[in-house]
Design a protein around this ligand. Structure first.
Ligand code: HEM
Length: 456
């Protein structure tokens, strides 16, 4: 570690190797590298990854400064440009005034009362999925990483597009999935073949894109016709987005904006939740006491109804604590990056314009300066008035913070609570012996291999 004198370079530089800087260390084991840096107790460090200058902050206070207090100095980093080829200019990828307007338009669809209308769909989809799991050979372990991907995909498609999606669900979800994965691959790959080259991958990408666009635009046309003839626009997310008007200008979203937001919500709204559910089962399979307490809560409150009432889930307080603790240890959005638009001064340091600022929930959530015994799975931390309530608000950031806070956070928490409570009520969970699972930080924090669980 060396310290350089000029103002912008005062930040301790984690130099790495000549020319490639820290790229190799990050490529090999990013989490280990980050934890080592955290232990050195600098306020921030300067890294060079992939030829770019990146400034990683460690404290909740500095994370809040970047995400909230000085958020106007920061824009979407380059990574989001790559995602635009699939997501278009939706909430996740857009910036500035355009983003602000879209956020204003989309926000009402995610208010608590509106989400209540979607709970029924989540419960019904979960019940169907559990029925399917019960048909399986119970001796065989279940690849829960894949199983949760399937059910969260179904939930997001149904809550976005409503019943119209039923007959086309498989084709649509696999096309959306193809786009999602190819955009993610492109983001992580050092070589990006131009999209107009006639490669098999590009052909698949275009076919999937055409299928999704045809479906979404047809649906929008149909719904607009319904609206013109006085028929309700529907209480799924698309219906809500179609009918909301900008409070300031009275404008509604164009077809293109609706398409981009639908694809964004699909993409942002299922993999994160699925990955987090798989981690939760992994943790439960290793913590039988927590599982027992969780199960007795869900049996007591949900009873044995195939479709418990949406109100019942509000009483599942321990279930929610388990979900929150799992998101602490394995936050799917493990790091967030921002492009500094102008120089930013934090204490004695400067983050120069044009570089990236990094905020890392994975480190914040395991910082011994905030959390006692941080690597231990202990849902009691989230009891009202418990450890979490004593900490700085930015010590726990699974959904980010500031104006770009995840718009789907309540949606995700509700969905995870429903999936978890109904699953543990109906199944026992056992780990498959000798599975060595460690976190692998891709775009989301995935397990190093698919998590297999014996569900009885
Ligand atoms: C466990 C599940 C989830 C996690 C951990 C998560 C995490 C996050 C985080 C950390 C951000 C902020 C990224 C940043 O500041 O750079 C974000 C943004 C976003 N999330 Fe989520 N998310 C989850 C589920 C969902 C769901 C279910 C939806 C939609 C139904 C959703 C939609 C979005 C959107 C649209 C944004 C961009 C918001 C904006 O910039 O205005 N997310 N998410």
């Amino acid at each position: 570690m060396e310290t350089i004198a000029s103002a912008a370079k005062q930040v301790p530089l984690y130099a790495g190797l000549p020319f490639i800087g820290n790229t190799l260390a990050f490529f090999r084991n990013p989490l280990k590298t980050l934890l080592i840096l955290q232990r050195q107790q600098h306020r921030m460090v300067h890294l060079r990854i992939g030829g770019r200058h990146q400034y990683l902050v460690f404290s909740p206070e500095d994370s809040k400064h970047i995400l909230q207090e000085n958020h106007r100095n920061y824009g979407r980093s380059l990574a989001f440009q790559v995602l635009k080829i699939f997501l278009g200019n939706g909430l996740l990828t857009s910036d500035g005034d355009f983003w602000r307007r879209q956020r204003r338009l989309a926000q009402p669809a995610f208010h608590r009362q509106k989400l209540a209308a979607l709970t029924q769909t989540m419960i019904a989809e979960t019940a169907d999925w559990l029925d399917e799991l019960k048909q399986r050979n119970r001796q065989q372990p279940v690849n829960v990483s894949q199983a949760f991907m399937d059910v969260t995909m179904r939930i997001v498609c149904k809550t976005l597009f409503g019943s119209e999606v039923a007959t086309q669900l498989d084709g649509l979800s696999s096309a959306l999935d193809t786009l999602n994965y190819m955009a993610n691959d492109r983001l992580l790959s050092p070589i990006r073949v131009p999209l107009n080259w006639p490669t098999p991958g590009n052909r698949r990408f275009r076919q999937a894109g055409a299928l999704v666009d045809t479906f979404v635009y047809d649906l929008i046309n149909q719904r607009r016709k319904n609206l013109d003839t006085g028929v309700d626009s529907g209480d799924d997310l698309l219906g809500m987005l179609l009918s909301t008007e900008d409070e300031e200008t009275g404008e509604r979203m164009s077809d293109q904006q609706l398409r981009d937001e639908c694809v964004t919500l699909f993409s942002a709204g299922h993999e994160t939740t699925a990955v987090s559910m798989a981690w939760t089962l992994h943790l439960l399979s290793q913590n039988p006491d927590v599982l027992t307490r969780l199960r007795s809560e869900s049996k007591a409150i949900l009873g044995d109804a195939r479709l418990p009432s949406p109100e019942a889930f509000r009483a599942l307080t321990y279930t929610m604590q388990v979900v929150q603790e799992s998101l602490r240890l394995y936050p799917p959005a493990w790091i967030m990056s921002r492009l500094a638009l102008g120089d930013d001064h934090i204490g004695p340091y400067t983050i120069p314009a044009g570089s990236a600022a990094l905020v890392c929930p994975y480190l914040l959530h395991r910082d011994p300066a905030s959390w006692s015994d941080p690597d231990r799975f202990n849902p009691d931390r989230f009891e009202p008035g418990g450890e979490k309530d004593q900490l700085h608000a930015y010590a726990y950031l699974p959904f980010g913070g500031g104006p770009r806070l995840c718009i789907g956070n309540q949606f995700a928490l509700m969905e995870m609570q429903i999936l978890l409570a109904m699953l543990v009520r109906d199944f026992d969970i056992q780990a498959v012996p000798d599975q060595h699972i460690i976190p692998r930080p891709l775009i989301t924090l995935r397990p190093s291999r698919p998590i297999q669980i014996i569900l009885r």
